[in-house]
Design a protein around this ligand. Structure first.
Ligand SMILES: [Zn+2]
Length: 381
């Protein structure tokens, strides 16, 4: 497809000059990626045939191609996210397939973005964080904590589609560089100038959010030029296309993001500073509804709706059932291979465990960060 080849060319441009191999100590590194509001249902089952049969949700001009690529195929799961369900599920851990008895969820009682990101990055929910417009985060994320540890100063960076991450990571206090929303990249070389020009001239479909291709390019650029030990990336399109009720675009966004994950992974495997010592962690900030059918578009708990002025409150006074349900992927030298269904036997993996899981992947004592945070997931060798 044309879009893909442009993206590939752009990626090649950014990667044209491979960085010098570094002779840093054999430190562990992490790339932590979040996909906003992508349901476990699509991750583990592939495209939903009922939603894909809806003329309302498949109104996009791409609908025919999307059906051919992701719906009318022999294996819908492999077709949609081949890297996540192929490579990560085979060589790492992929938690949250409720059809197979695995489980993941957020432990906050809001089931929307800021509370989910706060929980994931700080290791516990905070009832004060009750709005996506909430101000600078009073809580310390593991990114901020790391940025203050010996050996990690200036070794943490973030690239995010949603501009709220300057507040969520508290960029001002934490000192973590957060390239978010419509922020340009710093620099004056040709690739950066082209990127900044495109970012400024491309229509912005949703307030406060840039398209994920920009975020991915910004992340790749940061990895190549700043070479952080810990890189946080947050993609957004899956959530906003879902709120728009555009299932075809939602599926395409999920598929594109899977390609981004593959490119991140394959790029670091070719880089001596990262290869063999990098853990890729992937999760979401919340789930979405499943039944009734239209609830796939939404995600909120009853208390969250009760506190707001959303027109959804009339239809779903008790919230959107199931939108606390999430999934988690992990791939890296210390992660046990194989779909980790048994690792959480009897338990449901929580987003509150991701901070400790990340610090464990880095070989650090998570209790030094916050002994009251959720414990690490049982995914390590
Ligand atoms: Zn949302």
């Amino acid at each position: 497809m044309i879009r893909r080849s442009i993206l590939a060319a752009f990626a090649a441009f950014f990667l044209a000059a491979p960085a010098q191999a570094q002779t840093s100590p054999r430190d562990q590194r992490v790339i932590f990626v979040m996909l906003d509001g992508l349901r476990w249902q699509e991750v583990f089952r592939g495209a939903d045939t009922d939603l894909a049969a809806s003329t309302e949700y498949m109104r996009s001009s791409f609908a025919k191609d999307v059906r051919a690529g992701f719906v009318d195929v022999s294996n819908r799961r492999e077709a949609l996210m081949p890297f996540l369900t192929g490579v990560v599920a085979r060589d790492g851990a992929l938690i949250g397939n409720r059809d197979a008895g695995s489980c993941a969820h957020v432990t906050n009682d809001r089931w929307f973005s800021y509370p989910g990101y706060n929980e994931t990055l700080t290791g516990k929910p905070d009832a004060r964080v009750n709005s996506n417009d909430y101000g600078p985060n009073p809580n310390v994320t593991f990114l901020e904590w790391l940025n203050r540890q010996p050996g990690y100063a200036s070794e943490v960076a973030a690239a995010t589609s949603w501009d709220a991450f300057t507040r969520i990571i508290n960029a001002e206090r934490s000192g973590v560089p957060v390239n978010a929303g419509l922020m340009p990249l710093r620099g004056s070389d040709g690739a950066v100038t082209t990127y900044n020009r495109l970012l400024a001239d491309t229509p912005v479909p949703w307030k406060s959010v840039r398209l994920d291709a920009f975020t991915h390019m910004a992340a790749m650029h940061t990895l190549r030029t700043q070479r952080p030990r810990v890189m946080f990336i947050s993609y957004d399109e899956t959530d906003d296309f879902a709120h728009d009720g555009d299932y075809a675009q939602y599926l395409m966004a999920a598929h594109r993001t899977d390609g981004f994950l593959r490119e991140l992974w394959e790029t670091v495997q070719r880089d001596r500073a990262y290869a063999g010592r990098t853990t890729l962690l992937i999760t979401v900030d919340h789930g979405r509804g499943d039944q009734p059918g239209e609830s796939w578009r939404h995600h909120y708990s009853g208390p969250a709706l009760a506190a707001g002025t959303s027109p959804l409150r009339e239809k779903f006074p008790n919230g959107i059932p199931g939108s606390d349900q999430t999934w988690i992927g992990a791939l890296g030298p210390r992660v046990r291979a194989g779909e980790t269904l048994a690792a959480q036997a009897g338990d449901c993996a929580g987003s509150n465990q991701m901070a400790a899981t990340t610090l464990t992947a880095l070989g650090l004592d998570w209790r030094a960060f916050d002994a009251t945070a959720g414990a690490p997931l049982g995914i390590f060798k």
